[in-house]
Design a protein around this ligand. Sequence first.
Ligand SMILES: NC(=O)c1ccc[n+]([C@@H]2O[C@H](COP(=O)([O-])OP(=O)(O)OC[C@H]3O[C@@H](n4cnc5c(N)ncnc54)[C@H](O)[C@@H]3O)[C@@H](O)[C@H]2O)c1
Length: 266
Amino acid sequence: MNRLGGTTAAVTGAAHGIGAGMARALAAEGAALALCDVDPAVHALAAELEGEGARVLAVEADVSVAADVRRFVDAAVARFGRIDAMVANAGVWRATSPLDPWDKALDDFEALVAVNLRGVFLCGRAVAPHMAEMGGGHIVSVATDHIHPPPGYSTGGGTRMDVYDATKWGINGFTQAWARVLAPHGVRVNALCMDATDSNMIRGALGQEPPPELLERWMRPEQIGGLLVDLLCEGPEGRTGENIGIWLGHEVALPPWREPLPSRFT
Ligand SMILES: NC(=O)c1ccc[n+]([C@@H]2O[C@H](COP(=O)([O-])OP(=O)(O)OC[C@H]3O[C@@H](n4cnc5c(N)ncnc54)[C@H](O)[C@@H]3O)[C@@H](O)[C@H]2O)c1
């Protein structure tokens, strides 16, 4: 299929896991791709997708470093002339607790905020003026079901997640404000809040090889990639300012569009 032909999508943290699944799904729909990762393995994925006919730019870049994000975005615009979608997917996880030793607490906080929050900030801000000038685009961040759980469950990811969850809550500040400011420019801003999806991150957090019954339940990166494609294909009239919940035991599909609530502020 070619639902995204003629568009360019940028994906951060694309070398592995959910980002790689997104890249594959976007390429399968004809999007040109700008991929970045701190891991040089991003070049192998680019070569694989180019072998299948995709147009791909791969850049080694750290999303927490402003100069790297600028270099990535500028290179993508130079190569393809436009960025229609920025998917701020790169993220890291560490086990944290309010009872951690002080030095560990500071180190974990800086590391998680740098990638998960500052990275989203830099990627979104780097493309927003470009998209506004083009008159349209998408910024899609990757949060977590911890901030948007299935109906009937409280928020929060458990006892080892205080800093990780705080960074993902922080993304919501960008999602809500950017959606409102950029709507008149045709730019939609949403966040994917997915449940457990098979990747190095979740396997690392589990700390052991997942038993088959758990693997069976986890979502797969390609499914999240397919959902991302559907989100982009909603077009300029599609949802914006939404935290999109994707939960185990539920269909991996976009939830029905819902009218955004009015803001109390201009
Ligand atoms: N796997 C899950 O169950 C799950 C659930 C909810 C949300 N998430 C989120 O999904 C996103 C992708 O995670 P994943 O599960 O695929 O993890 P992953 O560890 O498999 O992949 C993350 C990718 O990001 C890259 N990366 C890390 N730091 C980077 C940086 N500073 N700059 C550029 N790239 C960097 C890594 O090299 C890796 O390729 C993350 O934001 C994560 O928080 C994951």
